[in-house]
Design a protein around this ligand. Structure first.
Ligand code: GLV
Ligand code: MN
Ligand code: MN
Length: 399
């Protein structure tokens, strides 16, 4: 049977049912949560039903294998703490449908994959970081999430399923379809984006340690207030970055844990994340130096101590030229004049895969440019067009 758009959208809706939450088509399915385990088991069964061999590796990356050597198509099926139904899931279900259709109509061998913890509950792109040997499993095992769980404890819950890590040379290349997660395709009315490069990222945790004390009796001049330090740090960062960044550079303080987080207590401790992204590795390094300098200056000004966690990250990655050309040719055939080349400001497993095999990505529009939120969405006709273009390119590249 050729590609079946209804089976594809049906599977997407079914995958959403594991962890369905919030408004619209929201999903809560963080890596290693119960919803994630059940979703992976359902995916493994769908792979089996399609004649693909399901294979979990020690991290929980799930492959649906075809043939001895094959093209790999997929993405991730874990979500952010509050995520949408398409971030990652779209690429996984597209990979499943393309691999299944190729199997059914005697096409070239195509395997599919759902990587684990792309959303960085523990690291940055933990599943593909470990599989591509960027990160040692023993090091990843020591990573701790914001609730204090270690990765080792979480993955121990699924070790009965796990086989070995697969050799990379089992695959001839990697294709990933994803929602854009930004506004550009919608703004320009273009339906498809062929990704040229994926930006680099750095992510670290900073802690300010001051003095917890009574909010009514402690005079302002004697306080060592870590919230005040964080607030001053943020203001200084925004102003000092002005001379160091480009309009495309982004930075975010997205997680803050204030202790003890009570209205009558001067907060004695704050731990927060700082994440920054840019296409230029030299600029990323300069920003790291600035962040540390500013944090130390502010800490001194507020009589608090500063501590820095490890800097995690990923280098900017260029997509493979031949794979990009094949995606562009497929887009031009099925949607003439309705596609463009573009960089990705979001991270993707394809950035890791590009270090071990040719890799490329296809984007479809995001309504309102919204993602990492419950109301993330894309018109179903755009999802199906993306599937058809990806399939055409996959068939050409898999021979
Ligand atoms: C991945 O989801 C990212 O944060 O870009
Ligand atoms: Mn994603
Ligand atoms: Mn994401």
């Amino acid at each position: 049977m050729p590609l079946d758009p209804q089976r594809f959208t049906g599977d997407l809706h079914m995958l959403r049912s594991f962890g369905a939450s919030g408004v619209g088509r929201g999903v809560v399915r963080q890596a290693y949560s119960d919803a994630d385990f059940v979703a992976r088991q359902w995916l493994a069964q769908r792979m089996k039903d399609a004649g693909l061999e399901p294979h979990f590796d020690p991290l929980g990356n799930l492959f649906g294998l075809a043939g001895e050597k094959s093209l790999l198509v997929g993405s991730h099926s874990d979500s952010q703490p509050e995520g949408g139904w398409l971030d990652g899931a779209l690429g996984v279900v597209a990979g499943l449908e393309i691999a299944r259709a190729a199997k059914e109509d005697g096409g070239p061998p195509i395997s599919c994959v759902s990587f684990q913890d792309e959303e960085g509950r523990f690291g940055v792109l933990t599943g593909s970081d470990v599989w591509t040997c960027k990160l040692a499993l023993a090091e990843a095992d020591g990573f701790i999430d914001t609730q204090g769980n270690t990765l080792a404890d979480m993955r121990a819950q699924m070790t009965d399923l796990a086989g070995d890590f697969l050799p990379h040379d089992r695959f001839s290349g990697f294709l990933e379809m994803h929602i854009e997660q930004g506004p550009y395709l919608e703004e320009t009315g273009v339906k498809l984006g062929v990704v040229t490069d994926i930006v680099g990222i750095r992510d670290m945790r900073i802690t300010f340690v001051g003095r917890q004390n009574h909010a009514g009796t402690t005079p302002m001049h004697l306080r060592r207030d870590t919230f005040q330090a964080l607030s001053a740090f943020n203001t200084a960062l925004n102003s000092r970055f002005a001379n160091a960044v480009t309009p495309a550079t982004v930075w975010t303080i997205g997680h803050v844990a204030l202790h003890p987080n009570a209205s009558s207590v001067v907060p004695g401790r704050v731990e927060f994340s700082v994440q920054w992204r840019d296409a230029d590795a030299v600029r990323l390094a300069r920003m790291e130096t600035l962040i540390k300098e500013i944090a130390q200056e502010i800490a001194a000004d507020h009589s608090v101590a500063s501590e820095f966690g490890p800097v995690m990250g990923l280098e900017p990655a260029a997509m493979d030229a031949r794979f990009q050309a094949e995606l562009g040719a497929a887009a031009e055939t099925l949607a003439p004049g309705m596609w463009q080349k573009m960089p990705s400001g979001a991270l993707h497993d394809a950035a890791n895969l590009a270090t071990v095999m040719p890799a490329a990505m296809l984007f479809v529009p995001s309504i309102g440019g919204i993602s990492h939120a419950f109301d993330e969405d894309t018109a179903e006709a755009d999802l199906v067009l993306g599937l058809q273009v990806l399939d055409r390119a996959a068939r050409a590249l898999a021979v």
